[in-house]
Write a protein that binds this ligand. Structure first.
Ligand code: FES
Length: 117
């Protein structure tokens, strides 16, 4: 496995083929939920729970490069986490994805995983 940057570590989320193009999967890392989305072969990772209230985003809908939370219909970019439609105000935390050996990892700073809530 390639080395990580100093001060960062890798968290193993899932096998890449568990997330086919056009789908999302909720994974667990360090006691937090992480949403992995495959957008036309490009993998993206954000926090797995809505920044508005507690709702798991894999139960939302994926359209284009956005996910819509089904509880109150906030929409977020899966690219940069920004809010496209309210009522959520906080963006989703986004994580750098690394593909290695057929698995999806995120590479994040040491310490607790950043989550906006
Ligand atoms: S919990 Fe997601 S929009 Fe309210």
């Amino acid at each position: 496995m390639a080395s990580t940057q100093p001060g960062f570590h890798r968290l193993d989320l899932c096998a890449a083929d568990e997330v086919p193009p056009g789908t999302m999967k909720l994974c667990e890392a360090e006691d937090e939920l992480v949403l992995v989305a495959n957008l036309n072969g490009a993998y993206h990772a954000t926090q797995g729970v809505c920044s508005h209230e507690y709702f798991e985003l894999d139960r939302g809908t994926l359209m284009g490069d956005s996910v819509t939370c089904m509880l109150h219909l906030s929409r977020f970019s899966l690219i940069d986490g920004e809010v496209s439609d309210p009522p959520a105000e906080l963006p989703l935390a986004v994580y750098d994805v690394v593909l290695d050996g057929g698995r999806v990892f995120i590479e994040v700073p040491e310490g607790p995983l950043l989550v906006n809530r």
